[in-house]
Ligand binder design. Structure first.
Ligand SMILES: *Cc1c(COP(=O)(O)O)cnc(C)c1O
Length: 356
């Protein structure tokens, strides 16, 4: 047998994986440290018991999309939902990217934007951010007008740096993208932590899509649900590409019921912001450089130790954070998710031991 080989673009690719190691304190994938509010699981169980299990789920997921739309002041025809925002982004790339087309990203940013682009055969144009990880508007203009990408990705607040792009910057990128017939995709996985949402800029003739997820602040990473808000004509194209019945009945129900607990979610965000302040203040006393964060994670770099050794030292103490030490532009950096006060204390105690 000649063993069949995958496409070149796949063969060259390393997966995007944060190791799932069995530890006591997991602060590596930016999930909510808290469970969904009391009542939610019972509501979902009751609704699941009424599912007609022998039937396909509602293909259009209209109720879910209607409720998501209400959250953002738009109709269901402006909402596309899928299994996590990664499937949302993949569908966007399958629809508007692909062979002969390109996607622009500004590094360092969320690794899945380039990874999903390559998987879908879309060329990746890498632009650079400033040394402090802010958008460099001259660079953005150079990349977009020079390469005319089909899709331009921004991520605000940006993962893994925690930086927010300003409204002025996003408006300017949108102008540049519009001039070359492209789409701007703003990934707002951590949008609840910013005081401006690009969703406010969406309009019938604006080539803008904004993606969100249930995996982080909604405390529902187990469900795999994400969505994007966009003009209706973009949603209609995405619906042609996605697999039929891709969103199962349980996920639709859970996503719809979660939205009844909006105030509990907002209170959770407030608690995380307060806890982030405490964690950053503690980190400032240690021998690490810390970047300001507008999200539920903090990027830092040990000054006198190798980042990877610190990461392993924490794993040895049953604390798992994200190891970015070998990522381009983030040499030696680590990213820690804001946990419960107790988890963060255990992380800090372990970090002090490792750095001592
Ligand atoms: C975590 C994260 C997502 C979420 O992906 P899901 O597939 O919805 O779990 C998307 N974008 C960014 C920037 C993230 O950090």
């Amino acid at each position: 047998m000649i063993r069949p080989q995958p496409r070149d673009s796949v063969a060259l690719m390393e997966g995007y994986h944060s190791p799932q190691i069995d530890v006591d304190v997991r602060l590596n994938t930016n999930e909510s440290p808290e469970l969904p509010p009391s009542g939610f699981v019972e509501e979902v169980s009751a609704a699941i018991s009424k599912i007609e299990w022998h039937r396909y789920p509602q293909r259009s997921a209209t109720e879910l999309r209607t409720e998501i739309g209400k959250l953002h002041g738009v109709g269901h025809e402006q909402v596309f939902a899928a299994n996590g925002s990664n499937e949302v982004l993949q569908t966007l790339l399958l629809t508007y990217g692909g062979p002969g087309r390109s996607a622009a990203i500004f590094e360092p940013t969320y690794a899945l934007h380039s990874h999903l682009s390559r998987i879908t055969g879309t060329d990746v144009i890498e632009g650079e951010r400033t040394a402090d990880f802010f958008l460099d508007m001259d660079e953005v203009e150079r990349v977009i007008t020079g390469s005319r990408p089909a899709i331009t990705f921004l991520c605000s607040p940006n993962n893994p740096t925690g930086v927010v792009d300003t409204e002025d910057q996003i408006r300017r990128v949108l102008e540049l993208v519009s001039d070359v017939g492209g789409i701007l995709c703003v990934d707002e996985a951590y949008g609840q932590f910013a005081d401006f949402s690009a969703i406010d800029l969406i309009g019938p003739d604006v080539p803008l899509v904004v993606s969100r997820t249930y995996s982080k602040t909604w405390a529902m990473a187990a469900a795999r649900l994400g969505y994007l808000v966009a003009p209706g004509w973009i949603i209609a194209e995405l619906e042609k590409v996605v697999l039929p019945y891709h969103l199962d009945a349980m996920t639709q129900v859970a996503g719809t019921l979660a939205l009844r607990h909006l105030s509990a979610m907002n209170e959770r965000v407030d608690r995380l912001v307060e806890e982030r302040g405490r964690l950053m203040a503690e980190l400032a006393n240690l021998s690490v450089d810390v970047w300001p964060s507008a999200s539920n994670f903090v990027l830092f770099r040990p000054r006198e130790h190798e980042g990877v050794d610190v990461w392993q030292g924490l794993v040895d103490r049953s604390i798992l954070i994200r190891n970015c030490a070998s990522w381009p532009r983030l040499e030696g950096c680590l990213r820690v998710t804001i946990g419960t006060p107790d988890e963060d204390d255990r992380f800090l105690a372990a970090l002090m031991e490792v750095l001592a």
